[in-house]
Design a protein around this ligand. Structure first.
Ligand code: AGP
Length: 617
């Protein structure tokens, strides 16, 4: 999950590359670098740390030129050092490459290059091996240094590669040309007037262009200032379509908020509303989801549902499991995508597979999708990024319409995914057994959710104070039952991700089966205990923790005196049906994690070791 940006055209490349990298920094921020070509000279600048460090270097030692490639890194091979920062060059030092992905057979390729050709390497990275491999093929081809020769060298080298790549390549002796290629890692071509762009994500170039081509696996694109051509790795033309860039640059700004994470938490009344917009049919007391590309008859024939995703998306999938089972009475199961892609799950032919992914680029989720399709199952994507690979490769799906989520910790994407899953469960239920009255009731409750989320956000200051009180904890427990068990997992993940406090989520009843051994006065437990069908069971669990002097933070329903008497601190939120409670109970947990992280001085939007989109295995 790195980010790459390329530019060729009439403007100076450096400012455009830096601006693009800043917009991709959420994809990785261990190191950054540029290679800018000017007057036959390849100017390379690299720095570890944030893009700001690279900008400082470029200020001190400018690199002028109208053609360049750049990279912001999340380390996969090799530690975080300047040597391992991209761009990397071949043995001649004339060919430079930036790469997002993993070359799985890089070690054998490296050994071959070392032993057969005497190559020596400066870094520990797979990318440098790829640079040398392309350089070797380039050197072996006779003739003048031309774009055709570079294309041929890249093609020959990539045919030997096992793994994933999104790359951009320049050669010192071939000015005016940038070549890009992709397999398994996203790459988008931006089309300008007298200029062209390459980027891992359209957000990096959306302020410069309104037309883009989302490259497909095995595409090779050759850019000059005035033209581009797209072919395929085996050779020959590659069909492509030019899409309009739908990206609101303003949405990717912090505005008045100190962090993207807080902004995106506060956007949730609107983003939940956006996920519902145009999809509620009062007339038919159901949800209308055109993107599924399935008739009611096809949906009715589904006998089994599998929901798959990673991280927060997998927690949303677990909410979806309860939703679809409760509202549609359909057997449903959740699989971590990283497990699902290797597990040979016996499924009926008409099993329906949902891939949940905010970015739409998560490698494990994409692989799970492709494995499902390989076995003939219909696959549907629930994504936020409209042009993403998962969205494009699914047989259909439902967009989250949550707008760009820049904070590495997922917040609004979770509630948007849960909202979409509720609509899917409602639709599946209404074509099976749910009555019109029941359908209308669900619609009514859904429409009330954004207002209830607004009410919860008004508790921000109270939650901030609670976060400060417990910020010194070494570890925390998150506990919930039924629909709020996945919420407990999500709350624990948020706390881990942004405050680095070890936190774990469990079904409340599991406490007695070992977990309670960890309860001490220094280990706070967060109980998600709204007044629902299992409230009393949660109360018993809280009492077990209190009996061992464990501090308890209760997330409960407004007016619940019992919880206020029992817990050390209580956050009371509006009531709602149990199947909608994750849309509400998650909000205080997001704020609790956020304020804890701020109290501890953590980098909330770019937590250590993380990246927003995990496009490698
Ligand atoms: C959640 O806060 C993390 N950022 C991470 O677990 C994330 O949910 C996971 O990597 C899946 O990302 P996706 O939704 O883009 O596929």
């Amino acid at each position: 999950m790195c980010g790459i940006v390329g530019y060729i055209g009439k403007q100076q490349a450096a400012p455009i590359l830096l601006d693009g990298l800043r917009r991709l920094e959420y994809r990785g921020y261990d190191s950054a670098g540029v290679a800018i070509l000017s007057n036959g000279c390849l100017q390379i600048r690299k720095r570890i740390g944030r893009i700001a460090n690279l900008a400082e270097t470029l200020h001190e030692l400018p690199a002028t030129g109208h053609q360049g490639i750049s990279h912001t890194r999340w380390a996969t091979h090799g530690s975080v050092t300047e040597q391992n920062a991209h761009p990397h060059t071949d043995r001649s030092g004339k060919l430079a490459i930036v790469h997002n992905g993993v070359i799985e057979n890089y070690a054998s390729l490296r050994t071959q290059l070392q032993e057969l050709y005497g190559n020596t390497f400066q870094s520990q990275t797979d990318t440098e091996v790829l640079a040398h491999l392309i350089g070797k093929h380039f050197d072996e081809l006779e003739g003048e240094p031309t774009k055709e020769r570079l294309q041929a060298a890249i093609r020959s080298a990539l045919k030997l590669v096992v793994g994933t790549y999104g790359i951009a390549v320049v050669h010192q002796d071939i000015p005016g040309v940038i070549i890009g290629a992709r397999r398994g890692s996203p790459l988008v071509l931006g089309i300008g007037k007298g200029e062209h762009f390459l980027a891992s994500d359209v957000s990096a170039i959306a302020t410069h262009t309104r037309e883009a081509v989302y490259l497909k696996d095995f595409d090779i694109v050759t850019l000059s200032a005035d033209a581009f051509e797209i072919s395929t790795l085996p050779g020959g033309e590659s069909g492509y379509e030019i899409s309009e860039v739908e990206f609101d640059g303003r949405a990717a700004e912090k505005g008045d908020y100190p962090h993207f994470m807080l902004k995106e938490i506060f956007e949730q009344p609107d983003t939940i509303q956006d996920a519902l917009r145009g999809r509620l049919s009062q007339e038919e007391a159901t949800a209308k989801l055109g993107g599924l590309n399935m008739t009611n008859a096809e949906l009715r024939s589904v006998e089994r549902v599998v929901l798959t995703g990673c991280g927060t998306a997998s927690h949303a999938a677990m909410v979806g499991e309860y939703l679809i089972e409760q509202l549609a009475h359909l057997p449903t199961e959740v699989e971590f995508a990283s497990e699902f892609r290797y597990r040979n799950l016996p499924l009926p032919k008409d099993a329906l597979i949902f891939a949940l992914s905010q970015s739409g680029e998560t490698a494990d989720t994409l692989a799970a999708l492709r494995e499902s399709q390989r076995k003939g199952h219909r696959t549907l994507g629930i994504c936020n990024n409209v042009a993403s690979t998962i969205a494009r490769e699914s047989d259909g799906g439902v967009y989250m319409h949550a707008g760009p989520e820049i904070g590495v910790a997922a917040t609004k994407s979770f509630t948007s995914q849960c909202t979409v899953l509720t609509l899917i469960a409602l639709l599946m239920g209404r074509i099976r057994h749910l009555s019109t009255t029941e359908g209308l009731q669900i619609l009514h409750e859904l429409e009330a959710i954004p207002g209830k989320v607004r009410q919860i956000l008004e508790l921000n200051e109270q939650i901030r104070l609670i976060a400060q009180k417990y910020a010194g904890a070494q570890s925390m427990m998150f506990l919930g039952r039924q629909f709020n068990y996945p919420v407990a997992l999500e709350g624990a993940l948020k706390m881990k991700e942004v405050s680095y406090i070890h936190a774990s989520g469990h079904p409340s009843a599991e406490l007695k089966h070992g977990i309670i051994a960890l309860i001490t006065p220094e280990v706070p437990s967060v109980f998600i205990a709204p007044e629902d069908t299992v409230f009393e069971k949660n109360v018993s669990n809280i009492e077990e923790v209190k009996a061992r002097k464990g501090p308890v933070i209760g997330i409960g329903t407004i007016g619940c005196k019992r919880l206020e008497e029992l817990c050390d601190d209580t956050i009371l939120i509006p009531a709602c049906p149990d199947y909608l409670s994750p849309l509400l109970t998650t909000i205080p947990l997001q704020l609790l994690a956020y304020h804890t992280a701020v109290t501890l001085g953590c980098d909330v939007d770019k937590p250590r070791n993380l990246a927003k989109s995990v496009t490698v295995e």
